[in-house]
Design a protein around this ligand. Structure first.
Ligand code: MN
Ligand code: MN
Length: 315
């Protein structure tokens, strides 16, 4: 299969060229897409610092330096499959319910062409409509959720749909496989021990950030593989899973997080998984410095695309 890859960096230098992710073609520039990267500029669901609505453009800007060959996985993702940038989904900034419906509809429109989605947020609220869309095609999925936070709270100021609640709603709606889903990288203070009890009831196992430090990334990969098995997997990466030293540009930072090196290693494990979709959320560029967060998010995207080109998933 012939694919159209990124703009040739020996012809147009990396700081120029199109503003798409990794300088890839737009979805309307090729006949068919295997994996589409789509932005969701929505942050009306945040509880603390705003700004993730500007995340998609920032991550695209920080992705210009990505190169075609991934030595860690021995794969050239842009050759293996046709990957394109589908631009941003339009969604209502003043009405969360309307935005959720629009995101679900927009995701369906792209996956309906046979493409898998890598979504760049946006705050974590968007994971709910993205999961609804992916489950319509694949049935309930094993969700592997990288985050400092559980995001299984019930309501906040009476609101059911916020960036702190998507995985409770997803579990209630039957979108997640309760035998196979997990959080990775959680840490920090909670409202009470009941938060953890609720979370287990909703179907999540957990590998905390301190456990990754003590037992190492290899042990975390083994636990992850045992948990997800052969099931279809959806990966959701809240960039605040990284320590604020590795991702200052985010809305609800928590000390004691993963390094970007640890996160990228963990993501490579999905090269052997049935990865049906993924998102990267909570990049808030106004709090970033020297593109630290943007570059981390761009590399997270690159590892997820690499894993998607290796795995056994079908659209
Ligand atoms: Mn978080
Ligand atoms: Mn989150």
């Amino acid at each position: 299969m012939t694919t159209v890859g990124p703009v040739d960096a020996t012809v147009i230098p990396r700081y120029g060229g199109p503003a798409t992710f990794a300088r890839l073609p737009r979805i309307d520039e090729v006949a068919a897409t295997d994996i589409a990267i789509v932005g969701v500029p929505f942050d009306t669901g945040v509880s603390y610092r705003p700004g993730a609505r500007l995340g998609p453009g920032h991550v695209r800007m920080s992705s210009k330096l990505l190169r075609p060959y991934n030595p860690a996985l021995d794969v050239s993702p842009f050759d293996a499959l046709q990957i394109t940038d589908a631009g941003d989904l339009a969604c209502n900034p003043f009405d969360i319910d309307a935005a959720i419906a629009e995101i679900e509809y927009g995701a369906d429109a792209i996956t309906g062409t046979g493409a898998r989605l890598l979504t760049i947020g946006g705050d974590h609220t968007i994971a709910l409509p993205l999961l609804r869309s992916v489950v319509r095609r694949h049935g309930p999925v094993a969700v592997v959720h990288f985050d400092a936070h559980l995001d299984t709270w019930d309501t906040y100021f009476g609101a059911s749909y916020t960036h702190g609640t998507p995985f409770r709603r997803a579990s209630e709606e039957g979108l997640i496989d309760r035998e196979a889903s997990m959080h990775i990288g959680t840490r920090g203070p909670l409202y009470g021990s009941g938060d953890l009890a609720d979370d287990r009831m909703l179907g999540f196992a957990t590998i905390t950030a301190p456990e990754i430090e003590i037992d190492g990334v290899s042990a975390a990969v083994e636990r992850m593989r045992a948990r997800i098995g052969d099931r279809p997997v959806y990966v959701s990466v809240d960039i605040d899973v990284l320590d604020p030293a590795h991702a200052p540009g985010t809305g609800t930072p928590e000390a004691g997080g993963l390094t970007s090196r640890e996160l990228l290693y963990l993501l490579r494990a999905f090269g052997n998984a049935n990865l049906v979709g993924a998102d990267i959320v909570e990049v808030s560029p106004a709090y970033d410095h020297a593109e630290i967060t943007g570059i981390a998010a761009a590399h997270v995207g690159y590892e997820l695309l690499s894993a998607m080109t290796m795995d056994r998933a079908t659209t």
